[in-house]
Design a protein around this ligand. Structure first.
Ligand code: TXA
Ligand code: MG
Length: 324
């Protein structure tokens, strides 16, 4: 039997699902999350099971407010409080030494925990009313594209899942992950809070170490649509697109504004990412989901210039192409 859709304003059903140990998909400012109460072993198990995610890949804790950090982390450095003050609620995940309040199932047994306070009214109400932190990966199956609308979540999981519908996410790509548990801050995943914004506060950021710690987003194939993504050079994508179309392939292209002005193409198979970084981030997964929905087999992607939000967009496209 399919579950009734939950109107955005009605949290009661979502809270009841969480209390029964059933995951709930909820909107955040970045992408939709698939949440469980951290005090519900059954809920956490169901999250891993539904996603098909390896149990050792840690989940992000979503808190109602920065003050809840103290309960979930230990040896919190002053920089963490400064960043929390500046960016929370918002799309920055901090990796810190975990406290005993965080179960092993959330951290994959690691000594650290990723935490953030999402900037979305529905997410905040859900967490506050649950009265406990929610552990939530993005609400997609393992290695697939993150959902930026309730429809994307339903397309991945069907009507069985409780989905709190908050409309399209305004951020559009996942949070920045900054590891503050080591001797110097390390950027584990570029995101909506950019390196350029963080470095004046944090000093130079170390790069993510391949392999350790386990960041599932650092798996070579991740954030991938069903269609095969291929990276193309700015001077080559157009010819490759024409040739593939001539062979009858269902192909599309995703190109940054610096390669072709949006006004200069009326080709329905070409999506041009806007010049504004935030708008480009918002458009990225929406375009990839739409290509999938249209039944595209291949997507040619041209990487944007790698500065500010362009770095996060290029990171996701490289991973979608299996070149992470
Ligand atoms: O914007 C976001 O961060 C979204 C929304 C729902 O909040 N969440 C999200 O979760 O993208 P997920 O699980 O799809 O990606 C979280 C990443 C994973 O790559 C995970 O391995 C990493 O965060 N992570 C979580 N805890 C960690 C830890 N203690 N150390 C290193 N990486 C960690
Ligand atoms: Mg994910």
């Amino acid at each position: 039997m399919s579950r009734p859709r939950i109107p955005g304003a009605d949290l009661e059903l979502a809270l009841a699902c969480l209390a029964r140990g059933e995951p709930v998909a909820f909107p955040t400012e970045t992408v939709y999350g698939l949440g469980a109460r951290i005090d519900s072993p059954r809920g956490l198990e169901r999250v891993f099971h539904l996603k098909g995610r390896p149990r050792a890949h840690p989940l992000i804790l979503h808190l109602a407010a920065a003050r809840d950090l103290e309960r979930h982390a230990r040896n919190i450095p002053p920089l963490a409080w400064l960043l929390a003050e500046r960016y929370w609620p918002g799309p920055l995940t901090l990796v810190l030494e975990r406290s005993d309040a965080v179960p092993d199932a959330v951290t994959g047994g690691q000594p650290t925990v990723g935490v953030r306070v999402p900037a979305h009214a529905l997410a905040q109400q859900l967490i506050a009313r649950a009265g406990v932190a929610l552990a939530a990966p993005s609400a997609n199956r393992f290695q697939q594209l993150s959902p930026t609308s309730a429809e994307h979540v339903r397309a991945a999981f069907g009507d069985e899942l409780c989905v709190l519908d908050g409309g399209p996410c305004r951020g559009g790509i996942e949070s920045t992950i900054l590891d503050l548990s080591g001797s110097a801050p390390r950027l584990l995943r570029p995101g909506l809070v950019t390196r350029e914004e963080l470095e004046p506060l944090c000093g130079p950021l170390l790069e993510a170490d391949a392999g350790a710690p386990r960041v599932s987003g650092s798996h070579p194939l991740h954030y991938a649509p069903r269609a095969r993504v291929e990276l193309a050079a700015a001077g080559e994508w157009r010819r490759a697109l024409e040739q593939a179309r001539a062979r009858g392939e269902r192909i599309a292209a995703l190109v940054p504004h610096e390669v072709v002005a949006a006004a200069a193409t009326s080709d329905p198979d070409v999506v041009v990412l806007p010049a504004d970084g935030a708008a480009a981030a918002r458009a990225l997964y929406a375009a990839l989901h739409a290509f999938d929905a249209r039944g595209c087999e291949r997507i040619l992607a041209v990487l944007p210039a790698e500065r500010a939000l362009g770095s996060a967009i290029a990171d996701r496209l490289r991973r979608a192409a299996g070149r992470g």
